[in-house]
Design a protein around this ligand. Sequence first.
Ligand SMILES: [Zn+2]
Length: 267
Amino acid sequence: MSIEPFELFAIRYGHLGDRHPDENFIAADPHEFASDLDYFVWVARRSDSTFVFDTGFSEEAAARRRRNWIRHPVDSLRLIGVDPGRVTDVVITHLHYDHAGNLDRLPLARFHLQDREMAFATGRSMCHGVLRAPFDLENVLQMVRHVYNERAAFHDGDYELAPGLTMHRVGGHSAGLQSARVWTRRGWVVLASDAAHLYDNFEKRRPFPVVYNVSEMLEGFDLLYRLADSPAHIIPGHDPLVMRRYPAPSAELEGIALRLDAPPTQD
Ligand SMILES: [Zn+2]
């Protein structure tokens, strides 16, 4: 393909340990392994463009929800040479608190999101505590402000952001969840975001318990396989194994950032 490939980065900004198996899988065995969660933002960059995927949570949200906040997810973009003050395109994979905080920190950005996600986060489903729990009202209100400021870019289903970068509505975990398919030097890589929190979710077809529609979540696992060049081209949204499998961009960024356009090691 003659399209310039994207460099693809992950930056780890948060962590959550001491989990119970049924926080990772529906109908888990109480004695099985319970993976921790890592929290990431992602960047696709090439000579003509930079796209940021998600904006993480704030220090305040981390304290309130008892997550380990390692670094500011937006300020950390500078570590890989991206100035948050100059970013023009941010994809919000969904509006959960850990993907759509800090929306006031990117002054020039347009925010790409699915129609259905905004309708879900502001509609009747939010009358139910269990569906509302992963959202923070302040984030949703900030996105409403961006709608009124003409900084929201709405999409309905699949779309192309740029040659070599398409977005795909998955649903499942949240009504308007979207995953990214990115052309890189190793082929088509899929940023699943929360279409799969962990490798075990899609590899073992085991749904994550924070879910809007279990059937769509299971169909979403199949979609990830169809979009990616191989199973090793699928990047789950929260798996600590991602940190082990991909190299850092430089020695100074060891344990902080990753190159997802490099081939993974298998462990
Ligand atoms: Zn989520």
